[in-house]
Write a protein that binds this ligand. Structure first.
Ligand SMILES: [Zn+2]
Length: 333
């Protein structure tokens, strides 16, 4: 991970993130810095970017409102090469005990060249219980000027004793208009495409950039999914078996697929109630009209509820084929 990859998001911070930035800078000015922080927010929303900015500000030798960007400390952080900034990420879906053990050892060592050491733990909800417990001890007896920043998508997944010892900072999503303007200009898109992408990004700039870079992928998948939905909806039972393979082949894309289906169902609902302004898939309006006629409101609600659970079921290791079969049966039923 290079700083340059995440630094580009600086120019489109949401109001919430601007406020977080101001708050963190003020805490440095007031010398009111906690030992532990939790940055909570969606994947790709900019938590790591903000944590690195905070670390840079804390370590800067000439901090005044902003990090100076020219001192040796700022330069080392910009090249992700500062001996007192440690970034720990999960591997194989869990943060290894060894990584935390290394952290403990280094916590009790003096900083190399600053008066402070900073630890950023990315995806901290992936810490094993053992790692989390070891880590908790560090938070209970903070040695010297150590600041630990835990990044997580959901702080309910962290053990409560850790949460209670940290300051929680919540990252809210960026509004759609900001994302639309940003990607429209950056990728030279027409308004319709920018709107579509912004909606699929769910308020996360990183997602929007990713989709915009591979826009044909998601637009192509959207068309596939809508057509599958249409075929199953007209009670083509054969299609169910045929599409099992499609879903098996795209297992790693299931989040995106359920998202596309949910947005489609939402559009069907809006079409049904003639709220055309809110429709996203405006280029498929004929099909929307057809589905709006054939789907009852209760059925739409039922399907959306099922799709919301798919994500959860996937995480709790419910049999994938079963999830998909039930979903397809529900659409056709
Ligand atoms: Zn500096």
């Amino acid at each position: 991970m290079l700083f340059s990859e995440i630094a580009g998001q600086d120019d489109i911070l949401s109001k919430n993130q601007e406020a977080i930035k101001e708050y963190l800078k003020k805490s440095i000015k007031d010398k009111n810095i906690s030992h532990g922080y939790i940055f909570e927010g969606a994947k790709g929303i900019g938590k790591l970017n903000m944590a690195v900015f905070f670390a840079k500000s804390l370590l800067c030798r000439d901090f005044d409102k902003e990090p100076c960007n020219i001192c040796s400390s700022c330069i080392k952080i910009n090249s992700m090469n500062h001996p007192d900034l440690h970034i720990i990420s999960s591997e194989d879906k869990s943060i290894k005990r060894e990584a935390i053990d290394d952290l403990i050892v280094s916590v009790y060592q003096k900083p190399y060249e600053s008066d402070r050491k900073i630890y950023i733990i990315n995806n901290s909800e992936d810490m094993t219980m053992q790692a989390a417990n070891t880590f908790l001890k560090t938070l209970e007896e903070p040695a010297g000027n150590t600041t630990i920043i835990l990044l997580t998508q959901n702080c309910n997944l962290l053990i409560p004793t850790i949460v209670s010892r940290c300051q929680i900072i919540k990252f809210e999503k960026i509004n759609n208009e900001q994302i639309i303007n940003y990607i429209k200009n950056k990728f030279n898109l027409d308004l319709k495409t920018a709107r579509l992408i912004a909606y699929y990004s769910q308020g996360v700039l990183y997602n929007a950039e990713k989709i915009a870079t591979n826009q044909n992928d998601i637009l192509k998948r959207r068309e596939e999914i809508i057509k599958i939905f249409d075929r199953i909806l007209i009670h083509d039972k054969n299609a169910i078996f045929e599409y099992e393979t499609y879903f098996e082949d795209n297992k790693d894309k299931i989040d995106e697929i359920t998202e596309i289906l949910m947005i489609w169902l939402r559009d069907v609902y809006f079409k049904k109630h003639e709220i055309d302004d809110l429709i996203i898939n405006i280029d498929f309006v004929d099909l929307l009209e057809k589905h709006a006629k054939s789907l009852e409101r209760q059925k739409i609600d039922e399907l959306i509820k099922y799709l919301q659970n798919v994500k959860y079921d996937m995480k709790s290791n419910v049999n994938y084929k079963l999830i998909i079969d039930n979903m397809l049966m529900l659409i056709s039923g």
